[in-house]
Design a protein around this ligand. Structure first.
Ligand SMILES: Nc1nc2c(c(=O)[nH]1)N[C@H]1C(S)=C(S)[C@@H](COP(=O)(O)OP(=O)(O)OC[C@H]3O[C@@H](n4cnc5c(=O)[nH]c(N)nc54)[C@H](O)[C@@H]3O)O[C@H]1N2
Ligand SMILES: Nc1nc2c(c(=O)[nH]1)N[C@H]1C(S)=C(S)[C@@H](COP(=O)(O)OP(=O)(O)OC[C@H]3O[C@@H](n4cnc5c(=O)[nH]c(N)nc54)[C@H](O)[C@@H]3O)O[C@H]1N2
Ligand code: SF4
Ligand SMILES: [Mo]
Length: 736
C-alpha cells in the first residue's frame, strides 16, 4: 500500500509476549516513522503499546552494530570490533577444537524465546549443530513446565483449553493466578472477558496482587499467599465432597482414583481433614470465602476455572496445577461448553508447537542410548522431556561449575547462546555470572540484538537484526486460529544479520553447506506454509500480513472423550482422567505424590528462614516489557518504571515511603530500586517484575532491579522453573 511517499508494510509483533499482533510499519525513505495496528475486519488483532513503541527499539542507539571480540578477562565488558569473517572464523575454529578434544556433548546450546517467528531465531543454530553431529540440549521451559507436567499426568495431553469465545457460555469464570489484561494470552482474551462480565457472568480473580485483570475484568478479588494455592483448591474439594456437590456420574465414568483423593481430603488417610478452616491458616483466605467459592463453582455449572502458569512457577508448583485439574474433573466441568479443563490450556491445534527453539526435535546423536529421567512421564506418548542426557535450564550454571563430578551428563566447554538473556532470565543471576566467568568454560558465543547482561560475558558477540528487518511467519502465542506474516519493512541496520544468515555462513566455513541447502528464505517460508493445512492462501497472507482462519468450529477440549468414552479414551495410561496417577506412584517421590496434595515447599511463608527473610517474593511478567527484550525502550520505561510492590503495612513498619529507594535482598543477592507502596498487594508479599536488566554497582548491588538476583537456580520435581518461591527482606537503602 503506498500513500504519497510513505509505504505501509504489514507485519506483526514477534517477541515472546502472550500476543502476536498485527503491526503496520509506515516507512519513509527507508526509515520506520510510525507504527499502527489492525484496523481491518473483525476479529481485529490489535497491538498493545509495546508493539506500537517498537521503532524505539529498532532505532535504539544501544543496538549491537558489528561483531565484537572480547579483550581483557571474560566479563570485564571490554570488546573490540572485528569483521564478520574474523568473528565467524573464531566461532568455527572453537566449535571444531572443542568437538575434537571433548566431543559434541561439550557444546551446550542455550536457546531462548526472544524470537517467535518460525524461520528466524534459535532454530538455525540447532540445525547447524545437528549437522555437525549433535550437541547437549537443555530441557524444560521457563514458562510452563510445572503446568505441562501436571496436565500430562492428569489428561495425557496439553490440549486442554476451550476457545476463548466459549467463555461466554460459562456461568462463573475463575482467573486463578492469571492476569490476561497484562499478559494477553492471545489477543482478544480481555475483550471476551469484558463481554462475559457485560453478560452478567461472575468473574473472580485469585492472586496475591490486585492485578489489572482483577481491577478491570473481575467482580471479586481473593488475595492468597503465594505457594499455598493447592491448599485452597483441596479445601474447595472438601466442601464439595462433604456437601455431596461432586458430579458422581462424571467421576465414575471418566476418572480413576477419586476414592484415594477423597480419603486424603476428608482426613481418612492421615487424620487431617482439609477443611476451609485448615486452608485459611495456610492461605490467608478466610474460610467462609473458600466455602462460598467452592459451592458457587460446583453449583453454577458450567464454570470455567482457568489456572494460570504463574502459581505453578514455584517450588512444588505441580501440586497446584494437579489440584486445579482434579477440581474441574470432580465437578464435571470438562468437555462441555462453558466448562474448562484446567491444564496447559492449548485450544486450537491444527499446527505444530509454538516454540521454534533449536532445543527440541528428534535424533540428536549426543542423546542416543541415554535412559529416560526417573522424574519424567516417559511412558506417555510425547513424554515430558525424558532424556537424561539433557541439562535442566535452571541447572546450566551448576553444570558449568560442577560438570560430571556434580552429577551432570557432561562437562560443558562451550556455551552457544541465541535469543536468550539467560543471565537475566534464569534464577540466581550472580551464580550465573560466576559460571560464565569460570575458566572451565572455554568459549561463550552470544547472538543477540543488544549488549545484554549475558552478552557482556561472551567471548564473541554476533549482532542479529530485528523482526522488522527480515521476513518471517509466526503463529499466535497460545493457539488462536490465525497466522502473522512479517514482511520485511527496512534493510538490516548496521552490520546485523539474521540468525539464519549467520549459521549459513558458519556452515559454509565448516564445509556443511548442505545443511541449509541453497534455497532462499522466501522459498523456506513457502515450504513451511505448504506444510500447514490451514494456510490456504499464501499470497493473501503475505499481502495482508495476516491470515485469519475462518469458520473454525469452537474448540471444547475432551468433548469426544466425554460424549463417547468407549471410542475416545484419554491419552493417559488408564484411558481416563487420572485423579490418582499410577505413573507418579511409580516414581515413589514424596513431593510428587500420585494424588494432588498440599506440601509446604522450602522458602514458603512458614519456612524457619522467614525469621530472617519474612517477605514472599513473586516475579510476574512485566507490563512494560516482553521479558527483557524491551528494557531499552524509553517510552515503555515511562509507563511503569521498575519498582518493588510493597503493602502499606509492610512499608509503614519499615519506615518506607512510596518512591523511596529500598534494598530487596536474601542470601543470593541484593537489588536496589524504588518502592511502590500500595494496597494492590497483600501484606507479607512483595512483587518485582521480571525482565529489568541486571546492572550491578561496584559493591555488587544490582541497580537495574533484575528479579532473578533473588530467585533460586533450582527446579520443581517435575521440572518447573521457580520464579515465585523466594523469601526476601526489604529495608531502606543506605544513604549515598
Ligand atoms: N506483558 C507481557 N505479557 C507476557 C509476557 C511478557 O513478558 N510481558 N510473557 C509471555 C510469556 S513467555 C508467558 S510464559 C506468559 C506467562 O503468563 P503467566 O504465567 O500467567 O504470567 P505471570 O505474570 O508470571 O503470572 C500470572 C499471575 O500469577 C500471580 N501469581 C504469582 N505467584 C502466585 C501464586 O503463588 N498464587 C497465585 N494465585 N497467583 C500467583 C502473579 O501475581 C500474576 O498476576 O506471559 C506471556 N505474556
Ligand atoms: N524471575 C522470573 N524470571 C523469568 C520468568 C518469570 O516469570 N520470573 N519468566 C520466564 C519465562 S516464562 C520466559 S519465556 C523467559 C524468557 O527468557 P528469554 O527468552 O531469555 O528472554 P527474552 O527477553 O524474551 O529474550 C531474550 C533475548 O532474545 C533477543 N532476541 C530477540 N529476537 C532475537 C532474534 O531474532 N535473534 C536472536 N539471536 N536474539 C533475539 C533479545 O534481544 C533478548 O536479549 O524468562 C523467564 N524468566
Ligand atoms: S507486545 Fe504482545 S500484545 Fe503487545 S503488540 Fe506485541 S505481541 Fe501484541
Ligand atoms: Mo514464557
Amino acid at each position: 500500500m503506498t500513500n504519497s511517499d510513505i509505504t505501509i508494510v504489514p507485519m506483526g509483533c514477534c517477541h515472546d509476549c502472550g500476543g502476536r499482533c498485527v503491526l503496520r510499519a509506515h516507512v519513509k525513505d527507508g526509515v520506520i516513522i510510525r507504527i499502527e495496528t489492525d484496523n481491518g475486519e473483525e476479529p481485529q488483532i490489535r497491538a498493545c503499546m509495546r508493539g506500537r513503541a517498537y521503532r524505539q527499539r529498532v532505532y535504539s542507539p544501544e543496538r549491537l552494530k558489528y561483531p565484537l571480540r572480547r579483550v581483557g578477562e571474560r566479563g570485564e565488558g571490554r570488546f573490540e570490533r572485528v569483521s564478520w569473517d574474523e568473528a565467524l572464523d573464531v566461532v568455527a575454529t572453537e566449535i571444531n577444537r572443542i568437538r575434537e578434544k571433548y566431543g559434541n556433548g561439550a557444546i551446550l546450546l542455550a536457546s531462548g524465546a526472544g524470537n517467535q517467528g518460525i524461520l528466524h531465531g534459535p532454530g538455525a543454530v540447532g540445525r547447524l549443530l545437528m549437522g555437525l553431529g549433535g550437541f547437549t540440549r537443555t530441557w524444560s521451559s521457563p514458562s510452563y513446565e510445572g503446568t505441562l507436567f501436571a496436565s500430562m499426568a492428569t489428561y495425557g495431553t496439553i490440549n486442554t483449553g476451550n476457545s476463548r469465545e466459549d467463555l461466554l457460555n460459562s456461568r462463573l469464570i475463575i482467573m486463578w493466578g492469571w492476569d490476561p489484561a497484562n499478559t494477553v494470552w492471545d489477543p482478544g482474551t480481555s475483550l471476551t472477558l469484558a463481554k462475559a462480565r457485560e453478560k452478567g457472568i461472575k468473574v473472580v480473580a485469585i492472586d496475591p496482587r490486585f492485578t489489572d485483570s482483577a481491577a478491570v475484568l473481575a467482580d471479586q478479588w481473593i488475595p492468597i499467599r503465594p505457594g499455598t494455592d493447592a491448599a485452597m483448591l483441596i479445601a474447595m474439594a472438601h466442601v464439595i465432597i462433604t456437601e455431596n456437590l461432586q458430579d458422581q456420574a462424571f467421576i465414575d465414568r471418566h476418572t480413576v482414583g477419586f476414592d484415594a483423593y477423597r480419603d486424603y481430603v476428608l482426613g481418612r488417610e492421615d487424620g487431617t481433614a482439609r477443611t476451609s478452616q485448615w486452608a485459611e491458616t495456610i492461605t490467608g483466605v478466610p474460610a467462609d470465602v473458600i466455602t462460598r467459592l467452592a459451592r458457587e463453582y460446583a453449583t453454577r455449572k458450567p464454570s470455567a476455572l482457568i489456572a494460570g502458569w504463574g502459581p505453578a512457577r514455584s517450588a512444588l508448583g505441580e501440586q497446584y496445577s494437579r489440584a486445579a485439574n482434579v477440581l474441574t474433573a470432580i465437578t464435571g466441568n470438562i468437555g462441555i461448553p462453558g466448562g474448562y479443563a484446567a491444564g496447559f490450556m492449548r485450544a486450537y491445534t491444527s499446527r505444530a508447537s509454538h516454540r521454534s527453539g533449536g532445543s527440541r526435535g528428534p535424533g540428536n546423536p549426543v542423546e542416543t542410548g541415554s535412559p529416560p529421567r526417573k522424574e519424567s512421564l516417559y511412558k506417555l506418548r510425547g513424554g515430558t522431556n525424558p532424556s537424561s542426557a539433557r541439562i535442566h535450564y535452571s541447572k546450566i550454571y551448576d553444570a558449568i561449575l560442577r560438570g560430571r563430578s556434580g552429577g551432570h551428563p557432561v562437562d560443558v566447554k562451550m556455551l552457544y547462546v541465541v535469543a536468550a538473556n539467560l543471565i537475566n532470565q534464569h534464577g540466581n543471576t550472580r551464580r550465573g555470572v560466576e559460571a560464565l566467568k569460570s575458566r572451565s568454560l572455554d568459549f561463550v558465543v552470544v547472538q543477540d540484538q543488544f549488549m545484554t547482561p549475558t552478552a557482556r560475558l561472551a567471548d564473541i558477540v554476533l549482532p542479529v537484526n530485528t523482526f522488522m528487518e527480515r521476513s518471517d511467519l509466526a503463529p499466535p502465542w497460545l493457539g488462536s486460529p490465525y497466522y502473522i506474516y512479517l514482511n520485511q519493512a527496512v534493510d538490516s541496520l548496521y552490520e546485523s544479520k539474521t540468525d539464519m544468515e549467520i549459521c549459513r555462513e558458519l556452515a559454509g566455513k565448516m564445509g556443511i553447506q548442505e545443511v541449509f541447502g541453497d534455497i532462499t528464505e522466501e522459498q523456506m517460508l513457502r515450504g513451511i506454509a505448504a506444510g500447514r493445512s490451514d494456510i490456504d492462501d499464501y499470497e493473501a497472507m503475505k499481502r495482508d500480513g495476516v491470515l485469519k482462519i475462518k469458520d473454525v468450529p469452537p474448540t471444547i477440549s475432551f468433548k469426544e472423550q466425554i460424549e463417547d468414552p468407549e471410542n475416545n479414551p484419554f491419552p493417559t495410561l488408564s484411558g481416563k482422567i487420572e485423579i490418582y496417577c499410577e505413573h507418579l506412584a511409580e516414581m515413589d517421590n514424596p513431593v510428587i505424590p500420585p494424588i494432588p496434595k498440599y506440601i509446604s515447599p522450602p522458602e514458603n511463608y512458614d519456612d524457619p528462614l522467614s525469621s530472617k527473610y519474612p517477605l514472599q517474593l513473586i516475579t510476574p511478567h512485566p507490563k512494560r516489557g516482553t521479558h527483557s527484550s524491551l528494557d531499552m525502550v524509553p517510552w515503555l520505561k515511562e509507563v511503569e518504571p521498575q519498582a518493588v510492590w510493597l503493602n502499606t503495612s509492610d512499608a509503614g513498619s519499615r519506615g518506607i515511603n512510596d518512591g523511596a529507594l529500598v534494598d530487596i535482598y536474601n542470601d543470593r543477592g541484593r537489588i536496589r530500586i524504588p518502592a511502590r507502596v500500595t494496597e494492590r498487594i497483600m501484606p507479607g508479599v512483595v512483587c518485582v517484575y521480571e525482565g529489568s536488566w541486571y546492572d550491578p554497582d561496584e559493591d555488587g548491588v544490582d541497580r537495574g532491579g533484575c528479579a532473578n538476583v533473588l530467585t533460586p537456580d533450582e527446579h520443581s520435581p517435575g521440572g518447573g522453573a521457580i520464579a515465585n518461591t523466594a523469601l526476601v527482606q526489604v529495608a531502606p537503602a543506605p544513604d549515598e
